[in-house]
Design a protein around this ligand. Structure first.
Ligand code: PEP
Length: 258
């Protein structure tokens, strides 16, 4: 089956902890104008603002076909977890997506792959779709540990009963050494890991043909076309470049025409 038939490309903008109500407005206005129906016929596009700006994003993008989501979610359904935000609350705000296990959270907050899988499960139980981030450090890669590190990160996800249904899980492969560094994995390096992830999840019972695997790590408009041309790269998780409307829209165009 052709990739295009089975897996519509997906481009997700991770705003991280950036923006203000004021500075978001020109970005959202440009996205609303530039991400038109013709473009969105060829690519699914989502943005992940900080939690407080979800209502602003929904007000600007609600009628456009662009979806939105959150950068994290609590591993608990509700209760005495001060400062946490539940998946049901995100659903109330119209979210479709939740990233879980971003490398910044794994590194800075010590999130484990088991906790990431619990968050993915909570996301699914609320009717939202998890984008689970995995990736090796530079030291892992230099020691030849890339595949074993990725295998350990996806193993708890693969054990989730609900996650194996077609289209329920998105994986984002983000080599830690490429995030926010300006250093992108080569298309061949990224393709090799994407093919490995697809193979592992396929062996675990996933519908490999419908599993979307995004690449993330310093993707720019200039580097996107070669990455998206790879057979197992189904789009991108975009950090810094998602804050620059022209760059982000150009990346979406590349995915649509891949
Ligand atoms: C990210 O935040 O997931 C990311 C890939 O960031 P950047 O594109 O800035 O490297």
């Amino acid at each position: 089956m052709q990739r295009q038939e089975a897996r519509k490309p997906l481009v997700v903008g991770n705003w991280k902890m950036n923006g203000t109500l004021g500075s978001n407005e020109p970005l959202l206005a440009a996205l609303r104008a530039g991400l038109d129906a013709a473009l969105l016929a060829g690519v699914d596009v989502a943005v992940l603002p900080p939690y407080p700006y979800l209502p602003q994003v929904s007000a600007w993008l609600g009628e456009t076909g662009v979806s939105w989501g959150a950068q994290d979610v609590a591993g608990h359904a509700d209760g005495a977890y001060t400062g946490e935000v539940s998946a049901a609350m995100l659903r109330d705000l119209g979210c479709r997506w939740v990233t879980v296990g971003h490398s910044e959270r794994r590194a800075l907050l010590g999130e484990t792959s088991e906790q990431v899988a619990v968050k993915a499960d909570r996301t699914l139980q609320a009717g939202l779709l998890p984008i689970a981030c995995v990736g090796e450090t530079l030291a892992d890669r230099e020691q030849g540990l890339t595949e074993s590190v990725i295998a350990a990160q996806i193993a708890p996800l693969a054990r989730l009963a609900s996650v194996g249904a077609p289209g329920q899980l998105v994986i984002a492969y983000e080599p830690v050494w490429a995030i926010g560094t300006g250093r992108t994995a080569s298309p061949e390096q990224a393709q090799a890991v994407h093919a490995f992830i697809r193979g592992r999840l396929s062996a675990a019972g996933f519908d490999a043909a419908s599993l979307r695997i995004l690449y993330g790590g310093s993707v720019k408009a200039a580097s996107a076309p070669a990455l998206f041309a790879m057979p197992d790269i189904d789009g991108g998780l975009i950090g810094g470049a998602s804050l620059i409307a022209d760059e982000f829209i150009a990346i979406c165009r590349s995915a649509a025409s891949a």
